[in-house]
Write a new protein. Sequence first.
Length: 191
Amino acid sequence: MTIQYNKWKRLLIPIILLFFAVIVHIITRNSISVKKFVSMQWLFENKIEHKKGTYVVVRHTDNNIKVRVTGAVERPGVYNVKVGTTLLDLLAFTGCKEHADVSNLEKIILEDGKDYYVPYLRVRYGEKININKADVEELCRIPYINKTIAKSIIYYRNKYDGFDSIEEIKEVNGIGDAKFDYIKKYLTIGE
């Protein structure tokens, strides 16, 4: 009798573990926390989407890593690069926007699965940002303008077909008289 019990015990434990694994899978497959954990789906994809909507198929090999680069780059996206590549090497390929701040990026060696953000330089005195053409990142170069205010500026600009004067920016939520007095030296509506 003890011999049969030991045989069943050896079979019963894997069956119970398999049963619980199936139950856990069924419960967590639609869970939001699992979806957030798997939100790095881009890491496992074999496509790169460029701004213009064209796709480049890449092969993932042992000598390559996948990284995402965003910010002040001409072609943000996911790239498959060789191990040991620096961020500046990748930026030479992707291209930098005119006001990219690459001063602290020369020693960064890319790591697999990481996101890299290339910051914009702050606006210098005498330099002006065209509020009728600037994107969110360019508007964030202006002191005291964060992404929320920059998005509000773009929303207002699109709703009213642009700004007729720089004073009109005071109509945007988050920009009052005091802030306008400080930032007006950085704003323009023309070229």
